[in-house]
Design a protein around this ligand. Structure first.
Ligand code: FMN
Length: 178
């Protein structure tokens, strides 16, 4: 069973989530590797695909959306899991990670394209020192600063549990390609 974890990450925290997911899947006995969407991996070379993107202004990174659109045929023929790395905190209005308002705008379209086994939103991380250009300017706005606190909010226990679920689901599936 060959699994690829593909990611789009501006500042590295989503890449680290992808690497952690691949490592956990390997610990369950499958082959799993990690690639940036920019490396344009071919899903045809794998039995299952996990795709994750950082979320900016309510959107998946466009490279990640384009990866799914470009590979729609191969992805539709394989088990696919999606994850989004975004929220830094929940507010009084959004009390749960399952709240549909946390879903990036493209997830509806991506569900139709690849019929994912699951889409999960994970907490992200923000280091203001790393922010460049437009992101730095946006975060300097008082409202954005409150909504985008500095810190690493990634919940590795949640991510590990999700990766374990993927590994277990794959262990019970026939291999799609030799
Ligand atoms: C300018 C800016 C806008 C953001 N907008 C959102 C957003 O709309 N929704 C969300 O869940 N997270 C948002 N985030 C948080 C990022 O998704 C989070 O920091 C993520 O972990 C970054 O991943 P990366 O390090 O892989 O780029 C934003 C962060 C910044 C700096």
């Amino acid at each position: 069973m060959r699994v690829i974890v593909v990611y789009a990450s501006r500042y590295g925290s989503t890449r680290e989530i992808a690497e952690f997911i691949a490592e956990k899947i390997r610990q369950h006995g499958a082959q799993a590797e990690t690639r940036s969407v920019d490396a344009a991996p071919d899903p045809e070379d794998y039995d299952a695909v996990v795709i994750g993107s950082a979320v900016y202004m309510g959107h998946w990174m466009k490279e990640a959306v384009e990866f799914v659109r470009r590979n729609r045929t191969a992805l539709a023929g394989r088990p696919v899991w999606l994850f989004s790395s975004g929220p830094l905190k929940l507010g009084p209005e959004i009390a749960s990670m399952d709240d549909p308002r946390l879903e990036p705008k493209e997830i509806g379209e991506l569900r139709k394209i690849v019929h994912p086994m699951d889409h999960r939103v994970f907490f992200g991380a923000l280091d203001p020192e790393k922010l460049g250009g437009k992101h730095r300017t946006i975060r300097m706005l008082p409202a954005a600063r409150a909504a985008l606190p500095e810190g690493d909010f990634r919940n590795w226990n949640d991510i590990e549990a999700w990766a374990g679920g993927i590994a277990r689901a794959l262990a019970t599936r026939p291999v799609a390609s030799a």
